[in-house]
Design a protein around this ligand. Sequence first.
Ligand SMILES: *[C@@H]1O[C@H](CO)[C@@H](O)[C@H](O)[C@H]1NC(C)=O
Ligand SMILES: *[C@@H]1O[C@H](CO)[C@@H](O)[C@H](O)[C@H]1NC(C)=O
Ligand SMILES: *[C@@H]1O[C@H](CO)[C@@H](O)[C@H](O)[C@H]1NC(C)=O
Ligand SMILES: *[C@@H]1O[C@H](CO)[C@@H](O)[C@H](O)[C@H]1NC(C)=O
Ligand SMILES: *[C@@H]1O[C@H](CO)[C@@H](O)[C@H](O)[C@H]1NC(C)=O
Ligand SMILES: *[C@@H]1O[C@H](CO)[C@@H](O)[C@H](O)[C@H]1NC(C)=O
Length: 283
Amino acid sequence: IFYMLIGFIRFHFCCGFQCAFAALKASRSSTDHTPSHWAEINGSHCGEHHQSPIDIVTSIVTTDPKLDNFTFVNFSSQHSIRTITFNGHSVQCDMEDNEVEVSGGGLSGQYSVKQFHFHWSKDGAGSEHLVDDHRYKMEMHIVTEKKDVPGGDVLSHKDGIAVLGFFINVSNRLYHNEMSEPWQMLTSYLENITAELNHNISLSDLIGHVDLSKFYRYMGSLTTPMCDEAVVWTLFQEPIQVHKDLLQKFPENTGLSFNYRPSQSLNGRKITASPATPLPEGE
Ligand SMILES: *[C@@H]1O[C@H](CO)[C@@H](O)[C@H](O)[C@H]1NC(C)=O
Ligand SMILES: *[C@@H]1O[C@H](CO)[C@@H](O)[C@H](O)[C@H]1NC(C)=O
Ligand SMILES: *[C@@H]1O[C@H](CO)[C@@H](O)[C@H](O)[C@H]1NC(C)=O
Ligand SMILES: *[C@@H]1O[C@H](CO)[C@@H](O)[C@H](O)[C@H]1NC(C)=O
Ligand SMILES: *[C@@H]1O[C@H](CO)[C@@H](O)[C@H](O)[C@H]1NC(C)=O
Ligand SMILES: *[C@@H]1O[C@H](CO)[C@@H](O)[C@H](O)[C@H]1NC(C)=O
């Protein structure tokens, strides 16, 4: 998840991923800002103990009946995605203000969707979260902020931000299937990225057939500095299927090889799942 990185990004974060390869090649430059050094940044929470992403080990996940179905507002609106930009660390789409909302799903209130963005890797897989050690090709993060937080200071609440995470699985089929069309439209912007989105695409169009009643839940952090522990995470169990040629445009057209943070320790946190989520036998 990328969140309010404005000042930081310019000087540190771009380097975080863009220099990562260079730094690796230069065999551990002492001045790099790769994820392993984020904890050293002044004011950073990156070395704390409730960090994200994690590996979701399904054998220790328990079902929580309180994780009811989400209520989505305006997810089908085709006029709510305002802009798409490549900001040096991800491809991000910003939403119209106060139009798209989510509640339910065990969340403690109403959350307003601010933006969504992507994590990838050019070679191999680039999702941030793992499921039983499996890394998906990509991950999409829909970032929402809790409404009615005093002073709007969402980072100081442990559930001030809710991220809806979707795994993206690489498919060799489906290129001409109806599900591909919104992804073709979206990725067409990567070839010559502009600010305004002129196509009619909704969040629901991009999510497609994913069963939104099947999801994992845990408490964690932003996955970029300052790694504030202010995020209630939802990871939907079913991936979005997108053709490999479209997914390859993210690294190829942006020139950014990868942008995921390595997996962090669970440190005793609980991972739960909604009742509809299939778990291994014996739970
Ligand atoms: C860290 O930041 C605080 C407040 O912004 C400042 O007072 C302090 O000098 C900084 N420490 C270092 C080592 O830069
Ligand atoms: C949903 O979007 C429409 C505009 O497309 C807006 O008028 C309406 O207020 C939105 N609904 C909510 C609950 O925000
Ligand atoms: C991911 O896609 C491949 C085909 O490309 C398919 O075999 C596999 O079952 C899919 N995985 C999931 C979890 O849907
Ligand atoms: C890229 O976008 C700019 C500004 O919208 C436009 O002037 C230019 O012709 C576009 N280039 C290509 C190759 O489409
Ligand atoms: C988007 O939808 C509007 C009506 O809601 C329509 O006028 C417009 O032509 C559509 N744009 C595209 C690119 O399909
Ligand atoms: C929750 O959603 C699923 C699928 O989206 C549906 O089958 C189920 O009936 C819903 N449950 C309730 C209680 O509405």
